[in-house]
Design a binder for this molecule. Structure first.
Ligand code: NAD
Length: 363
């Protein structure tokens, strides 16, 4: 293993559940050695899908074999529609048939769908087995692989079944983004912009200044933005692992974003695209509510649009959007909490927003 492949390291501080995120280029081949160094051994299940397997399963399998593991590949179909209890159950069946015991680790190799279902299976199989994240989409590298939210969808709602369960280690290889479709990359960029708005005005400015390098996927720029995104998420999660307060700031843009996703039947927009629209709506709501100046809304919209993300509300009836927002699972005591910017780099979580102002903004 060469350490020169590792460009950056972020520690997620959660007491005895603390772990490292290693960000590098070509470092996917180090995952086995890193797992061994953490004391993991024996049989290991690599969970992936039929798109990612042909691209990266070989590198991970070889790395595990070289480090003395006995890897088994567990491939499920590609798609959000397979992040379900029946497919988790399919994985349980495979693990039980192979007599995986409580010490056998799982490796989640893929995007957020694979990370979420693998984490859920790891959290529940024999009351919890170790797992490692190898995220291969930008969204999973900056968001879903960090913080320990795992889960599957239910026919009555997304992410309704799950557990908070932290990985042993996250191996982020920026080079895997080379095969990622452009639209998926941009979708992940929405979450990167989110971190700037909610927590770090300087980072937001850096994103504005480095837009071209980011769009060209220059490795140093990409590694730097992934590192800062992970640091911010780690700081937030480190203070509020189970979302009893601060962690809710990570939902900036998601209230309206979820409504847009559900009203377009999860086919009209990728998650990040819907969040992009939601962030602009929330910034406008904040401005119209007197919480921030017009320039906040303008800069959020300009950066997202400059990255090629959608920023305009689709033609949906505003009353329908309001109704969809009201059933968001994050509503509390009947009134939805909005995350609204007060300036670039700072937000408030508030129930004090005016329905008529939101209706106006949604038009
Ligand atoms: N746990 C969390 O905290 C959290 C946070 C945000 C989102 N999520 C979840 O994450 C999921 C979305 O994740 P996503 O955006 O990564 O989607 P995804 O996992 O569906 O991946 C997107 C597409 O890219 C493909 N892919 C992955 N890596 C690739 C690569 N390197 N090259 C080529 N193709 C590749 C996948 O097979 C898929 O077709 C949702 O289920 C969402 O609920 C979880």
């Amino acid at each position: 293993m060469t350490t020169s492949m590792i460009l950056e390291k972020v520690r997620v501080e959660l007491g005895e559940r603390s772990y490292d995120i290693e960000i590098g280029t070509g470092n996917i081949v180090t995952v086995g050695a890193r797992m061994k160094a953490l004391g993991l051994k024996g049989r290991a299940g690599i969970v992936t899908n039929d798109t990612v397997a042909p691209l990266y399963a070989r590198a991970v399998t070889d790395s595990l074999t070289d480090a003395g593991f006995e890897p088994v590949l567990l491939v499920i179909p590609d798609g959000e529609e397979y992040k379900t209890l029946p497919w988790a159950s399919h994985l349980f069946d495979r693990l039980l048939a192979m007599r995986f015991d409580r010490n056998c680790p799982l490796v989640a190799l893929g995007g957020g769908v694979i990370g979420d279902i693998t984490g859920f299976v790891a959290a529940t199989y024999m009351r919890g087995i170790p797992f490692v994240q190898v995220p291969t989409t930008l969204l999973s590298q900056v968001d879903s692989s960090v913080g320990g939210k795992t889960g599957v969808n239910h026919p009555l709602g997304k992410n309704m079944l799950g557990a908070f369960y932290q990985p042993e280690f996250v191996c982020t290889d920026v080079a895997t983004l080379g095969t990622l479709p452009e639209a998926e990359y941009l979708s992940g960029m929405a979450e990167v912009v989110k971190y700037g708005v909610i927590y770090d005005g300087e980072f937001f400015k850096w994103l504005e200044d480095n837009r071209t390098a980011i769009l060209k996927k220059e490795p140093d720029a990409v590694a730097r933005m992934i590192k800062r995104s992970c640091e911010i998420k780690a700081l937030v999660v480190g203070q509020d692992e189970r979302e009893s307060g601060l962690r809710a700031i990570l939902n900036y843009g998601h209230t309206v974003g979820h409504a847009v996703e559900s009203l377009t039947n999860y086919t009209g927009y990728r998650h990040g695209e819907a969040v992009s629209i939601g962030m602009v709506v929330a910034a406008r709501l904040a401005h119209k509510s007197g919480l921030c100046g017009r320039e906040v809304e303008a800069r959020v919209e300009a950066l997202l649009a400059g990255l090629g993300l959608p920023v305009k509300m689709p033609a949906l009836p505003p009353a329908g959007v309001l109704a969809a927002i009201a059933i968001d699972k994050k509503s509390e005591g009947g009134k939805v909490k909005f995350v609204l910017p007060t300036k670039i780099g700072e937000v408030v979580i508030t129930k004090e927003w005016d329905e008529s102002v939101l209706l106006e903004v949604l038009k």
